[in-house]
Ligand binder design. Structure first.
Ligand SMILES: Cc1cc2nc3c(=O)[nH]c(=O)nc-3n(C[C@H](O)[C@H](O)[C@H](O)COP(=O)(O)O)c2cc1C
Length: 304
């Protein structure tokens, strides 16, 4: 059986999970291929028997570029079996279910899904779950791949933890996510580029998940459509991109997504270690994410 997986991943967490799922499927003789969302034109689900869709959670929802892609492109997933996977910090809301719903609406029969923790690099929460997905998370993802293969070949029932529960996560953050997505776009200023620092390398253009950054007349131009993911800000090798974060943004987000709130209303277990919050260091640019175009990573370093 052939499996074609499409994965959106900015800092590599979701790709790692996709790889572990593939490993599980391959132990059962499946052929698998994972395509990065940035190369989505090359993704070929038509020849696959099974498809997989994976993305991170942004503002308690599956990332909107992936949802838009599923909605807008003329996919014909009719008759295909599918699985979904997401990675998140402590407040995924109903993202797994929402992603499954979008894949179903594109015509596929979604058999199950998995959500896994991933290191958080959103500026107000930077550093949380720093070492995730860890070996245990990836073992679970591999088990998921094995279970999907067994389900398809031997008609074995998918273990309950891999079935998608429409009621899971439907609390505060499921309401907050859509409001925050809307508000952030209204109140967060768009990124700007300092032309004196920019050398037109095109990293921001390549990385922008909504294709809203262009180079025109030797200038970087930010167009409509930004989903406020801060990727351009993180990856610019020259630090030419800036976003005017206001103390208010920091305060509101850090209150709504404090450890206590995420333990109470998110999905963080009582004994789960959350890890550090390096918010001030990242905003003051003491910290820089490592960047490799081909191998996205959540690793970072302190500048000298
Ligand atoms: C802009 C942005 C918004 C995010 N919003 C949330 C959120 O609302 N809830 C959550 O649990 N995690 C959130 N995260 C954390 C990501 O879902 C998590 O870090 C994910 O593993 C990143 O996956 P990737 O490495 O494949 O890009 C957010 C991350 C970013 C960059």
């Amino acid at each position: 059986m052939k499996t074609a997986i499409l994965t959106f991943s900015q800092t590599g967490n979701t790709l790692k999970v996709g790889n572990a799922i593939s490993e599980g499927l391959r132990t059962k003789g499946h052929e698998t291929e994972q395509t990065r969302y940035l190369h989505r034109k090359k993704w070929n689900p038509a020849n696959a028997d099974l498809i997989g869709l994976g993305c991170p959670v942004f503002e308690n929802l599956p990332t909107e570029n992936v949802l838009d892609y599923l909605r807008e492109s003329n996919h014909d997933f009719e008759g295909k079996k599918a699985f979904v996977f997401i990675t998140s910090g402590g407040s995924p809301g109903k993202s797994l279910w929402r992603l499954a719903k979008a894949v179903k609406q594109a015509g596929a029969d979604v058999i199950g899904g998995i959500q896994i923790r991933g290191a958080v690099t959103v500026p107000t929460k930077f550093g949380e779950f720093i070492d995730r997905p860890n070996a245990d998370d990836l073992r679970q993802a591999k088990e998921f791949g094995v279970a999907v293969a067994d389900h398809l070949t031997d008609k074995a029932e998918l273990p309950s933890q891999f079935q998608i529960d429409p009621n899971e996560g439907g609390r505060l953050y499921d309401v907050l996510g859509p409001c925050l997505t809307y508000l952030k776009k209204k109140i967060t200023p768009l990124a700007t580029c300092d032309e004196t620092k920019c050398d037109l390398c095109g990293t921001c253009v390549f990385e922008c998940p909504t294709n809203c950054i262009k180079i025109r007349n030797k200038k970087v131009v930010f167009q409509e459509g930004c989903m406020v993911c801060y990727r351009c800000w993180h990856v610019c090798p020259q630090d030419a991109v800036s976003i005017q974060f206001s103390p208010k943004d920091g305060f509101i987000e850090r209150t709504l997504y404090s450890n206590r709130m995420e333990r109470r209303f998110g999905n963080i277990g009582n004994d789960e270690i959350i890890g550090p919050n390096l918010y001030t260091d990242v905003l003051s640019r003491k910290i820089k994410l490592k960047y490799d175009r081909h191998n996205p990573t959540a690793e970072f370093e302190y500048r000298q």
